[in-house]
Write a protein that binds this ligand. Structure first.
Ligand SMILES: *[C@@H]1O[C@H](CO)[C@@H](O)[C@H](O)[C@H]1NC(C)=O
Ligand SMILES: *[C@@H]1O[C@H](CO)[C@@H](O)[C@H](O)[C@H]1NC(C)=O
Ligand SMILES: *[C@@H]1O[C@H](CO)[C@@H](O)[C@H](O)[C@H]1NC(C)=O
Length: 445
């Protein structure tokens, strides 16, 4: 008996609740729009007291993927929410809940923010199993519109330090037709952006996510714009792995660009060192066919030694043809003296010259270019030190500090010096550059 009364009481309470409107009737759009429909202009933002309408944005990023360096795009799966207050609306009667779900189709008859994705190449709106969007009406006439989208977004990537690059990819939302006088987008003050912590990208790591304002000044006015900035850092380990197992040439970018460039520069420098040494060793301006000075002393000496010097070392390459064809050029006195000195030295050095060297006779007409080559070959043989010099102007400079060193020795000394310096300098430089490189890019490992 008591139990029956108790049940009746419960039923009575239930009925009372029902009568109070706990179970609401369906709404029609006319229930929320002003009674005089003419007064509601759906093209005009609900500006209260002349102030621009503020739309709050919230973005939940559920996924990031398909980062494509070739087309400079990436794909983002987002929940995109906009909240705005339209004071012109009416609230449905007896609204007891915090919010009511409205039919999304009603948006066609209401004002709604005209935001668009500025850097989107394509937007996919999912319709399975039902269209993925909804609208809420809050008690304070605030409308929340939420939509789930898959966006293919363009992202300007800079590959200057590829593969050590960090890219900033954005998701920009701008107002299409309203200037900042009418409409302003703002990030939701409480939770503007939520990025799924489980986002894992193979080739890059998401290191930062930010919200920003990108309001743009156009000739037609200022247009409000908001953006999400993802900072993506390339995973070097993945990169190396990928490139070890796939072909290197299916990409536009040169892999390991900076590193390879440094290596190439070093190879090039080694080559340049070799060239430099060669140049130093044969550092002779090509002498003009020497016309023997007509002076009695020098001329005698030269004439006497000429055939021998040619036969012995081939050092004075220009001598034999010149000797056999003594064309006299008008020489200045200074030059004459220089030439005399050359011959003096040649006479001195001739004694030490070994006779094992191959004598290459110069072609009669072209004596110039032949000289340096012959010289460098001779100098590189063990008998270097004693080799008689060709007649270059530099060695005969009067202020030569060490008269004991022949020009050839001088050149050899220089070459050896260059070589020794390079032997220390190159590896040291390479090691330090390597050190710096891997210090700078250590974090990418
Ligand atoms: C709303 O509530 C009032 C009283 O609070 C009631 O008179 C009215 O009938 C209710 N309207 C609807 C549509 O439930
Ligand atoms: C996004 O940024 C917030 C705040 O900076 C941070 O707490 C959160 O971990 C970030 N999410 C991801 C996935 O990086
Ligand atoms: C647009 O913005 C610029 C600066 O951001 C400001 O100087 C200018 O007055 C603005 N114009 C309008 C029409 O609001």
């Amino acid at each position: 008996m008591v139990a029956q009364i108790f049940l009746l009481v419960i039923c009575f309470i239930c009925l009372k609740q029902y009568a109070k409107g706990e179970f609401q009737q369906s709404l029609a759009i006319t229930d929320i729009l002003p009674e005089d429909i003419k007064r509601y202009d759906k093209m005009r933002p609900p500006k209260k007291e002349g102030q621009p309408t503020i739309v709050y944005f919230h973005v939940t990023v559920m996924g990031l993927d398909s980062i494509d360096e070739n087309s400079m795009t990436y794909v983002a799966d987002v929940f995109f929410a906009q909240t705005w207050k339209d004071h012109r609306l009416r609230l449905p009667e007896n609204m007891t809940q915090e919010y009511r779900l409205l039919e999304v189709d009603w948006l066609k008859n209401m004002w709604r923010p005209d935001s668009f994705f500025k850097n989107a190449k394509s937007v996919t709106f999912q319709t399975m199993t039902i269209p993925n969007h909804y609208m809420w009406l809050y008690k304070d006439k605030t409308i929340l519109y939420m939509v789930k989208l898959t966006l293919k977004l363009s992202c300007i990537m800079n590959f200057a330090i590829y593969p050590h690059d960090t890219q900033e990819c954005k998701l920009q939302m701008e107002s299409l037709s309203h200037t900042t006088d009418d409409l302003i987008f703002q990030w939701d003050p409480t939770t503007p952006l939520v990025v799924d912590e489980n986002i894992e990208l193979p080739q890059v790591a998401l290191i930062r996510n930010e919200t920003a304002d990108c309001t743009q000044v156009y000739s037609t006015g200022n247009f409000t714009c908001l953006e999400v900035v993802f900072t993506l850092k390339r995973r070097l380990v993945y990169y190396v792995y990928q490139h070890l197992y796939t072909h290197l040439h299916d990409r536009d970018h040169v892999p390991w660009m900076p590193f390879m460039s440094v290596c190439t520069v070093f190879v090039f420098m080694a080559l340049m060192e070799y060239c430099l040494i060669n140049i130093v060793l044969s550092d002779t301006p090509i002498p003009k066919p020497i016309a023997y000075p007509p002076k009695p002393v020098a001329g005698e000496g030269a004439a006497k030694k000429d055939p021998e010097s040619g036969a012995a070392g081939g050092g004075g390459g220009g001598n034999p043809p010149a000797g056999s064809k003594p064309t006299m050029l008008p020489l200045a006195d200074e030059k004459m003296e220089k030439i005399e000195k050359i011959f003096d030295e040649m006479t001195k050095n001739r004694r030490i010259v070994t006779t094992t060297r191959r004598v290459v006779r110069p072609p009669l007409d072209a004596d110039g270019p032949w000289i340096p080559r012959q010289e460098s070959r001779i100098i590189l043989t063990p008998g270097i030190a004693a080799h008689p010099p060709p007649p270059p102007p530099p060695p005969v400079e009067p202020e030569l500090p060490k008269p004991k060193l022949t020009p050839a020795q001088e050149r050899l000394k220089r070459a050896i010096y260059i070589d020794r310096t390079s032997r220390v300098l190159f590896p040291a430089l390479f090691a330090s550059l390597n050190g710096i490189y891997w210090c700078v890019f250590y974090e990418y490992l």
